[in-house]
Structures are given as structure tokens and as C-alpha cells.
Write a protein that binds this ligand. Structure first.
Ligand code: FES
Length: 130
């Protein structure tokens, strides 16, 4: 079933907008004027992808930088380590980072769910099963 979720003007080129249809959290992504609908929740640890960065057809998660193709939902890269530069990190935090890193590499990154999109008279609709 098709659901009206936003107006085309609501999603600027290169922008991402969070919408919800029932239980589905959807990120609408504008790539070059075309709208794609992917799961808002990252396939790694559920971070909200609408808070990440969209460059071309690649969306990057704001939490650990895993990347996904918005056209297919395919996972393109795994989480990466952040560079904290030369800033001293307290020992308990260093231990936490080590544990988190070990667990991250044992965590599977899932592809994103995608949904069909159509735009009619400036209105974006997403097809979500009831
Ligand atoms: S939650 Fe998205 S990369 Fe970890």
C-alpha cells in the first residue's frame, strides 16, 4: 500500500528526512533529485541514519561510519575506528574503547531494508506492506 510521507520540497538535494509509516522508520534520501527510501536504522547497531551524511548515493552512519548504498540498501563498508588525535584519553575510557572495538568486529552489519518510492505532483509516496 502506498503512503504519502512528505513533499518533495521537504527533502533537499543531498538531504535525508526521517518519516514513519506504522512501525517502519524510513530515511528518505534525495540523490540528484531522485528519492530513495531506506531503513532509518543502521544495519550495525541501529543508529539513526538521518543524522549521518549522504554523499551521492552513499549514506554514512553517524555512529561508527559504516556505509550503505541508498539505491539497493547494500552495506558497502564496515565500522571504522575514529581518530582521537593526540588528546589524552583516561584509562577507563581506553578500556571501554578496546572492548567496544573487539565487539564491533564480531557484530554483523546487515543491509538496509528499502521500499519503492514514487513522486506525484510534488508528493512523495512510499510503498509499505500493511
Ligand atoms: S551503528 Fe551504524 S556503524 Fe555502528
Amino acid at each position: 500500500m502506498w503512503h504519502e510521507v512528505a513533499r518533495l520540497d521537504d527533502v533537499a538535494p543531498g538531504g535525508v528526512k526521517y518519516v514513519r509509516v506504522g512501525e517502519e522508520e524510513i530515511a528518505l534520501c534525495n540523490y540528484d533529485g531522485d528519492i530513495y527510501a531506506v531503513s532509518r536504522r543502521c544495519g550495525h547497531q541501529n543508529a539513526p541514519l538521518d543524522q549521518g551524511a549522504l554523499e551521492g548515493w552513499i549514506i554514512t552512519c553517524p555512529l561508527h561510519d559504516a556505509q550503505f548504498d541508498i539505491r539497493t540498501g547494500k552495506n558497502l563498508s564496515w565500522p571504522i575506528d575514529h581518530d582521537y588525535g593526540d588528546e589524552p584519553i583516561p584509562e577507563p575510557i581506553q578500556r571501554f574503547f578496546k572492548l567496544e572495538k573487539r565487539l564491533q568486529w564480531k557484530t554483523r552489519v546487515h543491509d538496509l531494508e528499502t521500499w519503492p518510492v514514487r513522486v506525484t505532483d510534488g508528493v512523495i509516496e512510499v510503498e509499505v506492506a500493511d
